[in-house]
Design a protein around this ligand. Structure first.
Ligand code: IMP
Ligand code: MG
Length: 174
């Protein structure tokens, strides 16, 4: 896709290498724990699909979808549940799979919501983390890449539902 408003910041090759590394890491850390990987829709769908192909341990996959009432590039902090999990996570080891953490408001809501269901553990894996100071401090166990606070698209991340199919991550110029 040729688009003069896109400035590539993470290549397809670098994404592949990182996803492979994270898959190995999760496989080692969760050996014998049969984790449930909970992808946050829609942004994490490509990342999670690639990640599980590098897992060498038994695991399950589920999805949750939340929406925020903000505009498409700015989180408002008001979160609503659009699609819930389809499995019971009580007593289970949960790994939340997120595409990007910006303010952390979305993840904070999801983490609290999942913790109230009495899982054995909840950890967070995000492909991207923006370097800005977050109003909420949430523990993020695994981070793929730390990036500047620009708006980015590709590899599942969208702007107004566009660009999710880009095989790399790009900064979007407005
Ligand atoms: P937060 O609640 O501010 O951490 O925002 C998290 C959600 O906003 C992510 O799950 C994304 O869906 C979306 N988001 C935040 N920053 C970006 C971006 O740069 N590009 C695309 N989506 C983003
Ligand atoms: Mg989004």
């Amino acid at each position: 896709m040729q688009d003069k408003n896109l400035i590539p910041i993470i290549s397809q090759k670098d994404l592949e290498g990182k996803v492979k590394y994270l898959g190995k890491k999760i496989s080692a850390d969760y050996k014998g724990k049969n984790p449930i990987l909970v992808g946050i829709l829609k942004g994490s769908f490509i990342f999670l699909a690639d990640l599980v192909r590098y897992l060498t341990i038994p695991h399950e996959v589920d999805f949750i979808s939340v929406g925020s009432y903000g505009s498409s590039t700015q989180a408002s902090g008001v979160v609503r549940l659009i699609k819930d999990l389809s499995v019971n996570i009580e007593g289970r080891n949960v790994v939340i799979i997120e595409d990007i953490v910006d303010t952390g408001l979305t993840l904070n809501y999801i983490r609290d919501n999942l913790l109230s269901r009495k899982p054995k553990s909840v950890s967070i894996l995000t492909l991207l983390e923006k370097k800005q100071r977050r109003p909420q401090r949430i523990p993020i166990k695994y981070v793929g890449f730390k990036i500047p606070s620009d708006f980015v698209v590709g590899y599942g991340l969208d702007y107004d539902e566009k660009y999710r199919n880009l095989p790399y991550i790009a900064k979007l110029k407005f």
